[in-house]
Ligand binder design. Structure first.
Ligand SMILES: NC(=O)c1ccc[n+]([C@@H]2O[C@H](COP(=O)([O-])OP(=O)(O)OC[C@H]3O[C@@H](n4cnc5c(N)ncnc54)[C@H](OP(=O)(O)O)[C@@H]3O)[C@@H](O)[C@H]2O)c1
Length: 237
């Protein structure tokens, strides 16, 4: 089994929120190479600077600026990693999009955008990397409790997360013989920008923080994680 200092982790949605918190914790746990994916923004630039400042001499951080709603661009990320001979040991499919609206108001384009980011991007990254010979040790798919129980106005988001949970279950069984663990993690309410879109009036100090979800994830990545087995791990306060 590889030591964490020899591992490469790719975290999508690494510009802020849960993805940034996971990235920071992985660097603190001495991951050899951390790759973060998000669209270009000041938040992403600041997060990269913060994480780089925590890096030791043998650690590397790479930022990939990309829109995961663009399937061709998503595919190119995986193809470039393969062409560069980079093996992703830990993949965290964390990027998420939501546009909560009633069925009377939601557009088909919003459903497509939600599916592209929340479901198709994880599928493409996993599939293209596997087909290219990538050897994953652990894949995390970040779903949501919204995928377990839908709420009024969340039809597009809830259905994307339910589909991601189901895909994770199928891949969990399929990839086990390859020695790849697939963990589906479903956070409840967590204080991030995405949560603000879903619940604008909520007090963010009273709910779970991104670091709490990151703590659970890095624990699952460690030795003890081998003894924690579930089809869909719910993380909530
Ligand atoms: N917060 C909660 O209460 C909660 C609960 C359950 C599940 N989740 C899930 O947790 C995950 C992380 O979300 P978060 O709560 O940490 O929210 P967040 O802080 O708003 O982060 C969302 C991340 O997804 C990225 N993203 C969104 N659209 C993208 C696109 N088209 N291309 C590339 N990256 C894109 C964002 O990057 P950009 O900088 O490019 O926007 C950002 O890094 C999501 O999958 C979300 O559904 C959150």
């Amino acid at each position: 089994m590889k030591n964490i200092k020899d591992k490469t982790a790719l975290v999508t949605g690494g510009s802020k929120g849960i993805g940034a918190a996971v990235g920071l914790q992985l660097v603190k746990k001495k991951i050899g190479h951390l790759i973060l994916v998000a669209r270009p923004s000041k938040a992403f630039k600041d997060t990269i600077a913060l994480i780089e400042a925590s890096c030791g001499p043998n650690q590397k951080v790479t930022a990939i600026r990309a829109d995961l709603a663009d399937s061709k661009r998503t595919a190119r990320i995986a193809q470039s990693l393969l062409a560069d001979g980079v093996n992703i040991d830990i993949l965290v499919n964390n990027a998420g999009f939501t546009a909560p609206k009633s069925i009377f108001e939601a557009s088909f384009e919003e459903l497509q955008q939600t599916m592209q980011v929340n479901l198709y991007a994880p599928f493409l990254l996993i599939q293209i990397l596997l087909q290219g010979g990538n050897n994953f040790s652990h894949i995390f798919n970040i779903a949501s409790t919204a995928g377990i129980k839908g709420r009024a106005g969340w039809a597009t988001y809830s259905s994307s997360k339910a589909a991601l949970t189901a895909m994770s279950e199928a891949l969990r069984e399929e990839l086990l013989p390859l020695g790849t663990r697939v963990t589906c993690l479903s956070p409840g309410r967590c204080a991030t920008d995405l949560r603000k879109v879903l619940a604008p009036d909520e007090d963010p100090t009273q709910i779970m923080q991104p670091e709490h979800v990151a703590d659970v994830m890095t624990t699952l990545m460690g030795d003890v994680g081998h003894f924690i087995d579930s089809e869909n791990i719910v993380v909530r306060l």
